[in-house]
Design a protein around this ligand. Structure first.
Ligand SMILES: NC(=O)c1ccc[n+]([C@@H]2O[C@H](COP(=O)([O-])OP(=O)(O)OC[C@H]3O[C@@H](n4cnc5c(N)ncnc54)[C@H](OP(=O)(O)O)[C@@H]3O)[C@@H](O)[C@H]2O)c1
Length: 237
């Protein structure tokens, strides 16, 4: 079983929702964390750096290429390397097939598809050096199948899945293992207003996603988990 000692983990969108739950869990697990957030002032108290040496919080905006470069570079500089990237930051616009909303399509392409690929690309040299690098992509069941009319969100998550699978292939020989986590509805701000026909109390918990991430990080290179699907309703794929 792998040890948490000294492993350096980057998490995008760590200030709320699923990213926050993952950050809180991995902090408790004892990892070194580098949190990428748009607004440092919005970081919850639970994630305020108690131990200066265990955490870095850095401005990261998925729409800003330079902020991605600065965050990756500073993380490697502060900790001497990067072992894990958790691509979590994401947005949902609910435009459907017949909506004329190309600006929203572009926005989701930028944040949900291009930005995680960019972070993966920037972190890859460090993950290779690690010898047991990990990329954990928080995708969605919307990146595996189409169930409703959120066409742009689905398109962006299918694209993110393509990037995730490419990273899995390209990283293999250097010990990088990539897991795409595909969940159905999870309790968070994203689903609070956007899934009115489905009660949040019946949705999966962010802490359960965090539990999965925590467990994945304990596995050796020889026990790769390419994909995790998680759902709050019965569904056959
Ligand atoms: N909730 C679900 O049912 C569900 C299901 C499947 C997959 N997912 C995926 O899980 C991930 C997390 O979603 P969530 O449910 O936790 O949503 P959330 O509560 O809305 O949180 C989204 C996170 O992404 C960050 N973010 C948004 N735009 C950003 C940008 N331009 N640059 C940097 N960070 C940005 C947000 O930061 P700010 O606070 O600054 O906005 C926030 O930290 C997303 O990729 C989402 O697609 C969610």
């Amino acid at each position: 079983m792998e040890s948490s000692a000294k492993k350096v983990i980057m998490i995008s969108g760590a200030n709320r929702g699923i990213g926050r739950a993952i950050a809180e869990r991995l902090l408790a697990d004892g990892y070194m964390l580098s949190l990428g957030v748009r607004n440092l002032g919005k970081l919850p108290k639970t994630l305020k750096p108690q131990v200066e040496t265990q955490m870095l919080c850095h401005i990261y905006d998925a729409r800003d290429r330079e902020s991605a470069k600065r965050w990756v570079n500073l993380t490697a500089e502060k900790f001497g390397g990067i072992d894990v990237l958790v691509n979590n930051a994401g947005i949902l616009h609910t435009n459907g097939l017949e909506d004329d909303a190309e600006d929203l399509l572009d926005d989701m392409w930028e944040v949900n598809a291009k930005a995680p690929l960019r972070l993966t690309r920037l972190a890859f040299p460090y993950l290779k050096q690690s010898g047991s690098g990990r990329v954990i992509d928080i995708i969605s069941m919307s990146g595996k199948r189409v169930k409703g009319d959120w066409v742009g969100y689905s398109m962006s998550k299918y694209a993110a899945m393509a990037a995730s699978q490419t990273a899995r292939l390209k990283g293999w020989d250097d010990g990088i293992r990539v897991t795409s986590i595909c969940t159905g509805f999870v309790q968070s701000d994203m689903t609070a207003g956007n899934a009115p026909s489905f009660s949040q109390k019946n949705m999966s918990r962010p802490e359960d996603v965090a539990q999965i991430v925590s467990t994945l990080l304990l596995l050796s290179n020889e026990s790769a988990i390419p994909e995790v699907t998680m759902n709050c309703v019965f569904e056959t794929l």
